[in-house]
Design a protein around this ligand. Structure first.
Ligand SMILES: [Fe+2]
Length: 269
């Protein structure tokens, strides 16, 4: 693969495609249209889990169909709502260095490297990084210590303080943090699951969560025992890499917006 000196990775999350709730499919359709009308076309799209609501083959068929207008490669990982086997069947092998039964793999996108982590636990809402998944992550990070790396996963290794969210959090987050801390080439850890946009310092790097394509929300932080939320506009993350600026992530609210000139290269207009 040729070295590209600019890289734009778009991230969608928690699409929850559900045959009985057409709004989910419509939201994904809008997200896809949004990515296709960006002035700079993304080189790849990552979907950080909860692709389908029930993990049914028909849902994945619709999910894939809705992604079809995207001309660039799309990479997926499972969330708690997904069924690993069905998602694998729908997408086939992804990336390289895949880990056996898990949907955990590497995408070499010189000069960037993407590592997909699988936090899925069948039948559970919470996530887990077990010893096997963590040791393979350690191996993958050790073999390319100079390559700027973005790790994407479904369950974020964070505590929000909102108790219903934290009850379905990630087990193994401490051990994961220890591994990430040993590898300063990790420029971002990005996740989904909580349907909110957040940023936090994590293990010497930056942890971000991408909101959902539908049912994005902001919790009432004053009532942490409850899950009281204000609905928010759907958004995605745009991870832009250049040699000069390294990795800079933009949050983009999903919608159709005109391109407006505010500076012509010489002056503000
Ligand atoms: Fe989830």
């Amino acid at each position: 693969m040729p070295i590209l000196w600019r890289m734009l990775i778009a991230q969608l999350s928690d699409t929850h495609v559900d045959l009985s709730r057409p709004a989910k499919a419509e939201a994904l359709q809008q997200a896809v249209a949004h990515l296709n009308q960006l002035p700079l076309r993304p080189d790849a799209v990552i979907v950080s889990g909860d692709c389908a609501e029930h993990g049914m083959p028909e849902e994945y068929a619709l999910f894939r169909q809705l992604l079809t207008p995207l001309p660039m490669p799309v990479y997926v990982i499972p969330g708690n709502h997904d069924q690993r086997a069905e998602l694998s069947r729908a997408f086939g092998p992804q990336g390289t260095r895949a880990l056996d039964v898990f949907i955990q793999y590497v995408v070499e996108y010189a000069p960037l490297r993407l590592i997909a982590l699988d936090t899925h636990v069948p039948g559970e809402s919470g996530g887990l990084l077990c010893e096997q998944r963590l040791s393979r992550l350690q191996d993958r990070l050790s073999e390319a210590s100079q390559t700027p790396t973005l790790i994407f996963m479904h369950h974020p290794p964070l505590v929000t303080g909102v108790q219903p969210i934290d009850r379905i959090g990630l087990q193994g987050a401490g051990a994961f943090a220890e591994i990430v801390r040993q590898h300063p080439q990790v420029r971002r850890v990005v996740a989904g699951h909580i349907h909110m946009s957040t940023v936090q310092h994590f293990a010497g790097t930056v942890l971000m969560t991408c909101s959902a394509t539908e049912s994005a929300s902001l919790p009432d932080l004053g009532q942490p025992a409850k899950m009281l939320v204000q609905p928010q506009p759907a958004s995605c993350l745009l991870h832009h890499w250049t040699p000069a600026d390294e990795l800079l992530t933009y949050t983009s609210v999903i919608g159709q917006y005109p391109l407006v000139m505010q500076h012509d290269g010489v002056q503000w207009v």
